[in-house]
Design a protein around this ligand. Structure first.
Ligand SMILES: Nc1ncnc2c1ncn2[C@@H]1O[C@H](COP(=O)(O)OP(=O)(O)O)[C@@H](O)[C@H]1O
Ligand SMILES: [Mg+2]
Length: 415
């Protein structure tokens, strides 16, 4: 392979540190790119280590705002839930990381992008599909799919030995018996001792959510305001507090939701590459927002619009999970969802308690709820005699069917 200017997505871990070094040994100039998507890291230290390992430049990019407003908010507005459970915290971070990766590559005039995702996972697909969609001319270097690299590094021991041999500074933290990924949306856990799907995770693994035995015995009551299906304010009335900055708003919901043990799931999911995988996730803020918004839709979203949107939501989740954020199908769904969100304004009042999000009330300036129509006590412009015809016409089909099964003797369904 010819020598290139390469931008490496560098997370600061042992893998990417060794990858950085091997790329340099192959004669490449390597620029390290670190994305801040809200993970708790010492970014100065990561930068120092990348330079000490031989990176010619380091870009530490704060993507938090864009991540929240352009990826997390649309996913929540579109009810993106993969396989009925997973709120897609990692899947949503990958496209924003890849997008800036390409921008950094352009800025430095690189001809290749490199990443350290493995060949068995979803993330390689998410990164590489994003690169293909945004910058098809760039070469992609993925060492974990290179037979020579795989032969040389067969496990963590080989990586540690290589790091020691080349004075590569690695984090002092002890190896965890699982791997985890953290950002503003969630924290995920997989692999290691979680690979047995029948073994419960260790209690001390969880970082964002408390176990239910440790949650407060009194609820916290919040009001969440939405505009066009995006959260714009959270109020905690008894504490006289209001937050509207998107990053702070989500961080606050993570804190208070986590304190009440909200948003833990433990699932076996289907990876895009066809492998089943056990994953444990903590998504407190996202769980609260999904519940609040679904409630607001009850009062503010037209019934047929909601049905169509609900048909698309599972596909929307798959598109995100499988790594097709930058795709024509996503553009299509995004346009439809933007339209369906236009009137989703208003506020939801809810209590957080013992792992539950309990809705207490909702109101909307675009409410479709008509108290007179709904009331059992008021006529409200609804002629109840019309209901006779409505039922009669809907019943025609059912009566015809009954006659046929009686005539054919095939009527065991009412035996
Ligand atoms: N915050 C980040 N900044 C830059 N690159 C990242 C970031 N997170 C992940 N990556 C890229 O994605 C790859 C896979 O990430 P992950 O599975 O979280 O592994 P790890 O964090 O252990 O390196 C990393 O090797 C790296 O190339
Ligand atoms: Mg990581």
């Amino acid at each position: 392979m010819s020598q290139q200017k390469v931008v490496l997505a560098y997370s600061g871990g042992l893998d990417t540190a060794c990858i950085l070094k091997t790329l340099i040994q192959q004669g490449h100039e390597v620029i390290a790119y670190v994305a801040n998507v809200g993970q708790l890291e010492d970014f100065d230290d990561i930068e120092r280590r990348a330079l000490a390992t031989g990176a010619s430049q380091v870009f530490v990019e704060d993507l938090r705002r864009e991540f929240v407003t352009d990826f997390i908010w649309p996913a929540i507005a579109g009810k993106a839930v993969y396989e009925h459970r997973y709120l897609l915290g990692t899947a949503l971070a990958r496209p924003v990381i890849a997008k800036r990766h390409v921008e950094v590559a352009r800025k430095v005039g690189a001809s290749a992008v490199a990443h350290g995702a493995t060949g068995k996972g979803n993330d390689q697909v998410r990164f590489e599909l994003a690169f293909a969609a945004l910058a098809p001319d760039l070469d992609i270097i993925a060492p974990w799919k290179d037979p020579k690299f795989l032969a040389r590094f067969q496990g963590r021991r080989d990586l540690l030995a290589f790091a020691a041999e080349h004075d590569i500074p690695v984090e002092a933290t002890a190896e965890k018996p699982y791997s985890s990924d953290e950002n503003l949306m969630h924290r995920s856990y997989e692999a290691g001792l979680l690979e047995d799907p029948d073994i419960a995770p260790p209690a001390d693994m969880f970082k964002l959510t408390r176990a239910l035995d440790d949650t407060p015995d009194t609820p916290d009551t919040l009001v969440i305001r939405f505009k066009d299906a995006c959260p714009i304010e959270v109020q905690h009335s008894s504490m006289g507090m209001s937050i509207s900055d998107p990053i702070e708003l989500l961080s606050y919901l993570n804190d208070v939701g986590g304190r009440h043990g909200i948003g833990r799931i433990d699932i076996v999911e289907n990876r895009f590459v066809g492998i089943k995988s056990r994953g444990v996730y903590e998504t407190p803020g996202g769980t609260i927002l999904h519940a609040a918004l679904r409630d607001l839709e009850g009062i503010a979203m037209d019934r047929e619009v909601r049905r169509l949107r609900d048909m698309l939501s599972p596909r929307f989740a798959e598109i995100i999970y499988n790594g097709f954020w930058f795709s024509p199908e996503m553009d299509f769904i995004e346009a439809a969802f933007r339209k369906s969100s236009e009137l989703i304004d208003g506020e939801v009042r809810l209590s957080l308690f013992k792992g539950n999000v309990m809705i207490e009330g909702r109101s909307s300036p675009s409410s479709l709820y008509d108290p007179d129509l709904s009331s059992m006590d008021v006529a409200g412009g609804y002629d109840q005699e019309d209901a006779q015809g409505f039922i009669r016409i809907n019943a025609l089909r059912l009566s015809a069917h009954r006659l046929i099964v009686q005539q054919t003797g095939d009527d065991d369904e009412i035996d």
